[in-house]
Write a protein that binds this ligand. Structure first.
Ligand SMILES: [Zn+2]
Length: 382
C-alpha cells in the first residue's frame, strides 16, 4: 500500500483545468522558482489535558509529545517572518521546515500551549478573529497575547466574525464584496492597532477560499493566506491558497503526515501539482489520495462520529457531476453515492457538507480526492 501511495505522489497530475487567465491592469509578479525546500505548516486550535479529546481540542500532553517529536526529528521550527521572506525569494531556509500556527484565540493557547512552546523555544503564529479577542470565557485576552508576543508569538488575521462565505456570497456580488472588505480589512486594522506591526498573513475561517477574495486581500496588504487543505508548501505555491495541516486531536495520522518528509524523497522539484498526502476529519471511501482501479466506485463518508449532525442538510458534490443524490443511512450513519457514469478524469474530487442542529457548518470541511489508476480501470474484474 505504501508503494502505491508513493507512486501516486510521484506522478504529476493535472486534475484541474488551469484557471482562465483574467486580464488585469497590473502584470502578475514573476513566480519565484522552486528551490527544493518544503515547509509544513501545522494548524492547531484548542488544548486541554482534561476535556474530552475532539478534532479541535488536543490533549496538552499529546501536544508536548508532538513538539518533542519535531525536536527529535531535527526539524527546525521557523518564525512566520522567515517563512514569508523565503516565500518571497529573499531568504534561504532549511530544506524541511516547520511553521506552527494556532487558530481562533482560545485561552488554552496561553495556559497550555504557550508554556510548552516557550520551553522548546518554538516561534508560533496566532490567527485571531477580531470578535473573539477579549471575548470573555474561553477567549484569549489582549494582555495574554501581548505577553506571548514577547516570547515568540506573532499575530495573523482569522477574519472579523469567523463567518463562512457561503451565505454572504449568495446575496450577490456587491454584498459579498462589502462583506469581504470588512472581514479582511477591519480585522487587519484592529490587530495592527492593538498588537503593533503589520499583519500580512491570514487563515481563512473553515479554510474556505473563493476567487473574489484574492484581489481584495492583496489590495489590503495581505501576502500569505492559508487554507486547511493538507500538503507541504513549495516556493512556487500560490500565496492565496497555501496548504496547511490541521492537527486533529483525535487523529494522530495527520501529525505524522505533516512531519514526515520522506514521501517524496529523491523526487525532483517540480511545478506539477501532486496529490499531497491528505487527511479527512472522518473516514471516507475511496481513501484520500490513493489510486483505485474502478471508474464506477462507491463514494462514502462515515459520519458516525460527527457531533450533532442534521442529516437533512447533507450534500455531496463530486467533480464532473456536481451535486449528487447521495443517501444517508440512519443505522450506519454513512453517506453514500454509487457513481453511475464512468469517471473520466484521472483524479476525482469529492466534497461533503452539512450543518449541525444550530445551522453551523463543520469547522473543517470534508473534502478529498482520489486517483483513478487509468490502466487498471480498464482491466476485467477478477
Ligand atoms: Zn477558526
Amino acid at each position: 500500500m505504501k508503494f502505491v501511495l508513493l507512486l501516486a505522489l510521484l506522478l504529476p497530475l493535472h486534475a484541474q483545468e488551469p484557471a482562465p487567465v483574467t486580464p488585469s491592469a497590473e502584470p502578475a509578479p514573476p513566480a519565484v522558482p522552486d528551490d527544493g525546500v518544503r515547509v509544513s505548516v501545522l494548524g492547531y486550535h484548542d488544548f486541554s489535558e482534561t476535556a474530552t479529546e475532539t478534532e479541535m481540542v488536543i490533549r496538552t500532553s499529546k501536544f508536548r509529545k508532538q513538539m518533542e517529536a519535531i525536536k527529535n526529528a531535527g526539524l527546525p521550527v521557523i518564525p512566520m517572518a522567515d517563512f514569508q521572506a523565503w516565500k518571497r525569494g529573499e531568504k534561504e531556509i532549511a530544506d524541511k521546515s516547520i511553521v506552527i500556527t494556532i487558530d481562533d484565540g482560545w485561552k488554552a493557547v496561553y495556559t497550555d500551549a504557550y508554556p510548552i512552546l516557550k520551553e522548546f523555544g518554538y516561534p508560533f503564529t496566532i490567527f485571531l478573529y477580531k470578535n473573539y479577542v477579549d471575548g470573555g470565557g474561553k477567549a484569549l485576552t489582549t494582555e495574554m497575547i501581548k505577553e506571548m508576543q514577547k516570547h515568540g508569538a506573532t499575530v495573523g488575521s482569522h477574519s472579523v466574525s469567523h463567518s463562512y462565505p457561503g451565505p454572504q456570497r449568495r446575496k450577490g456580488a456587491e454584498a459579498y464584496d462589502k462583506f469581504l472588505r470588512s472581514e479582511f480589512g477591519a480585522s487587519k486594522l484592529f490587530l495592527e492597532e492593538k498588537f503593533g506591526g503589520s499583519v500580512t498573513t491570514y487563515a481563512y475561517p473553515g479554510g474556505i477560499h473563493t476567487p473574489e477574495m484574492d484581489a481584495i486581500s492583496e489590495a489590503l496588504g495581505y501576502e500569505h493566506l492559508f487554507t486547511v487543505l493538507p500538503g507541504k508548501i513549495r516556493r512556487s505555491n500560490d500565496d492565496h491558497t497555501l496548504p496547511r495541516y490541521i492537527i486533529l486531536g483525535t487523529r494522530d495520522r495527520v501529525f505524522d503526515l505533516a512531519t514526515g518528509f520522506n514521501e517524496v524523497a529523491g523526487a525532483p522539484s517540480t511545478h506539477s501539482p501532486e496529490i499531497a498526502p491528505q487527511s479527512t476529519p472522518y473516514p471516507v471511501r475511496p481513501e484520500p489520495g490513493v489510486p483505485i482501479d474502478s471508474r464506477l466506485p462507491r463514494i462514502s463518508a462515515d459520519l458516525s462520529t460527527v457531533p450533532d449532525l442534521d442529516p437533512k442538510t447533507l450534500t455531496m458534490k463530486v467533480g464532473g457531476f456536481g451535486e449528487v443524490p447521495a443517501v444517508y443511512d440512519e443505522q450506519t450513519k454513512s453517506y453514500t453515492w454509487q457513481v453511475n457514469r464512468r469517471l473520466r478524469a484521472p483524479v476525482c474530487q469529492v466534497a461533503v457538507s452539512w450543518l449541525d442542529s444550530k445551522g453551523k457548518p463543520p469547522e473543517v470541511p470534508l473534502r478529498w480526492s482520489f486517483r483513478i489508476d487509468a490502466e487498471a480501470a480498464y482491466l476485467p474484474v477478477e
